[in-house]
Design a protein. Structure first.
Length: 222
């Protein structure tokens, strides 16, 4: 069955030009800088980025951690990242074409990470609550999750009206979902604001948050 929420077609098509968009590069750099300030990545950490795309964020994080699993569902986005890995001689990033929202299979299920992060990907995943539970299970005790995404928006951010996405997130509601996944919210901050012409042709502001949360104890079984 085709998962309309997880069609890699659009990202496969856009992959080769992805990095040419200055706002994409700017938000990724903003996310990386805010994440580094908030999390203080360490050389002992095993890190995971889901929805890594062409690796705009992970290229910045990789030198600061032990190893990094860069996961995406688009083979073409990953191919661009793979090319950068070769060009820059990066030895600690491993790419994986995996859909972490598919509960049935995951090459990563056996692994644990001290840091899991994403940038502009959570709104592409249908069942936020189930997904947060899945990634919480991959996080070691004391580990940190850092998610950057859009605040609640007017539904006009994406150009394609048929694209399946969440229209950003309400911070209180997302905090409750993180708590429900056994995670304690540490910080919520605005780290970037898109200034873009939306689908209605109006120039509008779309703030991006970074939320960090930690896993202090085992997820309750009931
Ligand atoms: C808006 S792009 C962001 C890419 C990158 N994080 C960046 O900031 O440039 C969203 C990415 O998430 C990927 N994606 C969507 N659903 C996914 C899923 N369920 N699991 C892993 N990756 C997913 C897409 O293929 C795409 O590369």
């Amino acid at each position: 069955m085709v998962d309309a929420w997880n069609s890699s077609d659009k990202f496969n098509r856009e992959a080769s030009q992805w990095d040419e968009n200055p706002q994409r590069r700017a938000v990724a750099l903003g996310v990386a800088q805010a994440l580094i300030a908030a999390v203080k990545p360490k050389k002992t950490m095993r890190a995971l980025e889901f929805g890594c795309g062409t690796g705009l964020v992970s290229i910045e994080i990789a030198p600061l951690v032990k190893r990094l699993s860069a996961v995406d569902t688009s083979p073409e986005m990953l191919a661009v990242l793979q090319e950068k890995i070769g060009t820059f001689g990066i030895t600690n990033i491993e790419t994986s074409c995996t859909n972490l929202s598919a509960s049935t299979e995951s090459a990563l299920n056996e692994q644990q990470f001290e840091l899991i992060y994403s940038s502009m990907t959570l709104h592409h995943i249908d069942d936020t609550s189930a997904f947060l539970n899945s990634i919480s299970a991959l996080l070691s005790l004391g580990g940190i999750i850092a998610l950057a995404d859009l605040d609640l928006e007017d539904g006009l951010f994406h150009d394609d009206p048929n694209e399946k996405v969440h229209y950003g997130f309400d911070r209180k509601a997302l905090s409750a979902l993180l708590n429900g996944a056994g995670l304690q919210v540490m910080s919520f901050e605005t780290i970037y604001t898109f200034n873009k012409t939306n689908r209605a042709g109006i120039i509008a502001l779309y703030p991006v948050f970074l939320v960090t949360a930690t896993k202090n104890q085992s997820v309750p079984q009931e």
